[in-house]
Structure formats: C-alpha cells, structure tokens
Design a binder for this molecule. Structure first.
Ligand code: FEO
Length: 616
C-alpha cells in the first residue's frame, strides 16, 4: 500500500524510510533509521525529483504510481547519483520507459557508470547547466550546480513558482521520518539537531567551502520551503538550520565549551581526563566527555564541530596513538576540522609518543591552536602532576571570560521573586495573525526591537495560544502596540479566550489590515508593526520568533501602556467571590479557582501558571 504525504496541491512526498539499516554508507550507525525522500510534482507535466535506495524501492515505486494517479511520468530530475537516491533508477525506467531524464553532464556519466541500461539517452535526456530552466506548466524549475555537496555531480532545483528549493543532500539528516514530514511538526532543537549535526559533519563536513557557495546561491533566492533528500521538509522558520549550516560550513564552533575525547586501556588516562573535566567545571567551563573505544567516531566528529575547545587524552599503543584515537584524529583531519584550541594529554608506561603524534597530525589542520600546557603520564597520574592539570585548566579557562564568584563575595542565596519581572518596562501588545480566511489575535507582553539594520523584532509567544500555531504555519504577524487609553475590554477580548473557539474581532468597528493581509487593532493602539519570521527558537512553553519588520505605521501619539500601568490603572482589582469560598485568584486576569491549586495549574483565561495566583 502506498504511503505518501501531500506537500502542496501538486507536490507529493513519495519517499520511504528504512529502520533496519545498521550502518549508513557502511560507516555511520543509524539507530533511528534513515529516510530517502523523493518528490513528485504533478504540474501540466509530471516531474519526479530523484529515485530511492534499493531497500525501499518497492514502496517508492508504489508511491510514485499512486501520486501519478494514472498519469504518465514526463520528467525524472536526477540531482544526485549516490545510490541511496538512484538505486531504483533502473526499475523506474522499466515502469516509465518514455520518461525524460533531466540531469547535468557529470550525472549522465555516473548513470552510465552505475547502470547498463537499455535506454535511449540521446533522445530522452535533457542535459542542464547552471541556471538552465525547465517549464512544466505552472512551474518553472531552475537548476543550480552544487558540486561536492556531496558528490561532484550534485545539483539542486529551485521552483520559482512556489519558492521551493529541492536541496539534494543539503539540509538532510540521519533518522527516519516517523510520520512527521515537516520540521515544524517536531521539536527540532531538542530531538533532531544532534542527528542533523552528525549527518552534516560526517557526510559533507569536509566540503565546507562548497557548502558556503551553495548557501550564497540560496541567499539570492526567495525560498519558502526546502525539500531535501533526507529528513524533514522545511516550510517556515528554516533560518535555524541555515544558521547552523553557516557555522558548520565555516568550521566555526556553535558553543564555547570543551570536548574531551580519551583513549584509556586500564582507566588511568581516563582518570586524568575526568580530573581535568572536573577542574574545568569548577571554573565554570562546560565540558563533555567521550571514550573513543565506546562512542562511534561519527558522534565525536559531530561534537568536535560543536564545541570550541578540544582535549585529546590518549595512551600510547604499539609505539603510536591508541588505535581508536588515531582513527578519530585521522577522521577529524579528513573532515577538515579548523579553528579550534586543542590540549593534549598522553600516557605511556615506558615510551610515551601519543602526544607528539596527535600534535603533529592536528597541527596540519587549518587554524588549530595547540596549547603549550600539556600532561605526560607514566602509567598513572601522580599528586605532583595535579598542578599540570591545573595549568591546562587555566590555559583553557583563560578563553572563557566567565565571572566566578569567590567565597569572599557577598553571594545572595538563589531565589526567584517573580514580582521583579514586572520591573522590566514590558509593554502590552495585541499579536495578530491570519491563516487562510481565519483572523486571530492574542495579548503578549514581550516584543522588542532586536536590530536596526536590518530592522528586526523579536516576540515570545505562549504555545497554548492559537495565534502561535498560526505564526508557525504562516511565518507572519502584526503587533499592535496598546496605548494608555485602552479599556480593560481590549485585554478581555484578545487575551482571555481562545481564537480556536471564538472570533477575536467580533464586534470590532474597524477592519484594518497591513500589507501582509493580517488585521491589526486600530483603536487604543499607537502603532502597528508587521513582521516576517526569519528564525524561531523553542523555549518549552514559548516560542521566540525573530522577524524582519516589513511595515510599521504610527497611529497616534498616546503613550504605550506598560505592564505597570496596566496593573495600576486598567486591570480591575481582583474581587474575592461573594460567597466565601476557599480558592485562588489569578493576579493577571482575576480568574477565581475554587479549592486547592495544583502546581501545574494553568489559568484557563490568560494562560498564566500557578505562580501568578494568590489565595483569595
Ligand atoms: Fe544521501 Fe550523498 O547521498
């Protein structure tokens, strides 16, 4: 039975997943499986973007047949000839012998290298070069070469009509798609970023320069969706993955911290590494540790791309570097690791050589700063050598300007008085969005200008708000800045009910819309700002959206309302219920909850938590 997903009215995902594969490319463990994506465009002409791995070719062919719905297949665009995307080519040509193959000259060479096909290439191949186009009816496809991302023949395709980039291996990942096709259907940062990093660094990490060329080409396009050959489709807020690609391809660390990889036969080298890690932590420096005999090198390569400082601690083995550590060091050099500070610890019971050999190999990599402070163990760490661990710690910590309180400082015990939050000069805003014909809005208290050039704003939005989901889907919103003339009913209207069940604009005497088509509140507000989301960050209960400001209008010169002003002058003072029932009153909206208040209670009106309730 087919298993497809519709992406647009005329675009289908027709790929499939393999969860039985143990080692991708025979090298990388894929405990979470892998997806092989393929896409079918059903325009006036039908176009298939790539085929599939042999492991899933039955499901793939079934999916293509279903999505074609009896139509013939006009074009097969071959963007990448690695067999995880081309092994089904022969079977596909058997089913659709009249299809025209669209590819570049290098790809055609590879097709002929991999397959001996009874196919009239002269008649049925469309060879494309950089910026060539193919019109399929409503859509015009533009072909852009992306050599070495990740093979020399790779090209990507831009659909100018729907602003979709079919990105080949770029922006892909290890991991099967478990029903979710779109990145916004999952918690990307929490559940998938590590595998995206492991995929990128190990598969195309060596080719950072070529990835940067592709990113530059992509930056000149207006892109609303990215369809890669592995992993999720990105339909909004994909700047988070693009930002990661910028860092990874530039060999810049994502985080300041220390990755410690150690090789230890009897635990003594491990002991020194552990003590160093503790010592760094005491200086406030983040550390992660890997035993190279246990953790697959692909995990450690990914970690080395993530962290700013690297420590390698290795015993000496056969007069050289311990086997797994030597493999790791070679792997890192092969993946072009750059721009890192490195410290080395060696061990050797009679002739320690591993330290110098590690320094020699990594010293050939670009912009690797090898710290002078080092530690050479003879069998085990001695008390007299603790000062050397301290010296390495100090040398690394010098790059981490973190203030660490000493015992002499007047340190207040950690506690949180949430009232301090109201001392910020929060404003209050009506945040509006539109999805299809549905207009909606909610009240937020966190909207700030982030940068002036380009003009950008950030907002934090509670995920419980329907407006949040609409922004996730559409990537656009308006902020109406409430002024001091606003009556309480504005807050009730937009803040105390869900747009899922109500029309937030019901009864409004105005119907103003910004150029983005989204309504805004034009009474008791002094300005409106329209935003187009360029990035989003998941922070548990809330999402922070960063957006380009696409329009801003000043409506009046009234002063903006602050949270303080709202509490002092607008919000009615909470009244205890007439009957003296035991319960709690929400300090934000006045909602009364009868009885005990569970710690995880959420106000049904304004969505604030139990911390914002007080006994009635
Ligand atoms: Fe997913 Fe380079 O193949």
């Amino acid at each position: 039975m087919h298993c497809t997903r519709k992406i647009k009215d005329d675009l289908y995902w027709v790929g499939a997943n393999d969860r039985r594969l143990a080692m991708f490319e025979g090298v990388y463990s894929v405990a979470g499986g892998v997806s092989y994506n393929s896409y079918l465009l059903t325009d006036e002409k039908t176009v298939l973007f790539d085929t599939s791995d042999k492991a899933i070719h039955h499901r793939f062919l079934e999916n293509v047949e279903y999505a074609l719905a009896g139509r013939k297949l006009d074009y097969l665009v071959v963007q990448h000839m690695e067999p995880d995307h081309s092994a089904s080519l022969k079977e596909l040509l058997c089913n659709y012998p009249d299809v025209k193959i669209v590819c570049n000259a290098k790809t055609l060479t590879f097709i002929k290298q991999f397959f001996e096909l009874d196919f009239n290439f002269d008649k049925n191949t469309v060879i494309v070069n950089e910026n060539d186009t193919l019109n399929t009816g409503r859509h015009t496809l533009h072909f852009l070469m992306a050599p070495m991302v990740h093979w020399p023949e790779v090209m990507v395709t831009y659909d100018a009509e729907d602003k979709i980039l079919f990105s080949a291996d770029a922006f892909g990942t290890f991991g099967a798609l478990n029903g979710a096709l779109f990145a916004d259907e999952v918690d990307f940062e929490k559940d998938y970023l590590n595998e995206y990093r492991r995929y990128y660094t190990n598969i195309v990490g060596k080719y950072g320069d070529q990835v940067q060329v592709l990113l530059k080409k992509a930056s000149s396009l207006s892109i609303e969706m990215i369809c890669p050959l592995h992993g999720f489709v990105w339909r909004n807020s994909f700047s988070s993955i693009i930002n990661k690609y910028m860092l990874w391809s530039g060999y810049q660390p994502e985080e300041k911290g220390v990755m410690i990889a150690y090789a230890s036969v009897y635990g003594n080298t491990e002991n020194a590494a552990e003590i160093l890690s503790c010592s760094l932590r005491e200086k406030g420096v983040k550390t992660v540790m890997y035993d190279v005999s246990v953790t697959h090198a692909s995990e450690i390569v990914a970690a080395a791309f993530r962290w700013s400082h690297l420590v390698f601690a290795s015993t000496t083995y056969n007069a050289g570097i311990f086997i797994a550590m030597e493999d790791l060091i070679n792997d890192l050099a092969a993946h072009n690791i750059q721009n890192r500070a490195v410290a080395v610890i060696e061990n050797g019971s009679w002739a320690a050589t591993s330290g110098n050999l590690i320094r020699e190999k990594l010293g050939k990599c670009k912009n690797i700063k090898i710290l002078e402070k080092t530690l050479s163990l003879k069998s085990s760490l001695k008390k007299s050598q603790l000062s050397e661990i301290e010296a390495i710690t100090d040398a690394i910590a010098a790059d981490f300007p973190l203030p660490v309180a000493s015992v002499k400082d007047d340190v207040k015990p950690a506690s949180i008085d949430t009232n301090a939050m109201f001392k910020f000069s929060y404003g209050l805003f009506v945040l509006t969005a539109r999805d299809g014909e549905k207009d909606n809005g909610c009240v937020i208290n966190t909207a700030i200008q982030v940068t002036a050039s380009p003009l950008r704003v950030s907002i934090a939005v509670n995920k419980a708000n329907y407006t949040h989901d609409m922004i996730i889907k559409t990537g656009a919103f308006n902020i109406s800045i409430i002024d001091e003339t606003a009556p309480f009913r504005i807050f009730q209207q937009f803040g105390f009910s869900s747009g899922k069940d109500t029309d937030k604009f019901e009864g409004c005497a105005y119907n103003d819309r910004a150029a983005n088509g989204i309504r805004y509140v034009s009474e008791h507000t002094n300005s409106v700002i329209a935003g187009k989301v360029i990035n989003s960050y998941d922070y548990g209960t809330h999402t922070i959206f960063v957006a380009d400001i696409t329009q801003s209008i000043v409506l009046s010169n009234e002063r903006s309302v602050t949270y303080q002003y709202y509490f002092d002058n607008i919000k009615p003072k909470p009244q205890p219920p007439k009957e003296s029932k035991k319960g709690y009153i929400c300090k934000i909206c006045g909602y009364f909850h009868e009885g005990d208040l569970p710690a995880d209670f959420i106000c049904p009106l304004c969505k604030h938590g139990a911390a914002d309730f007080e006994p009635a």
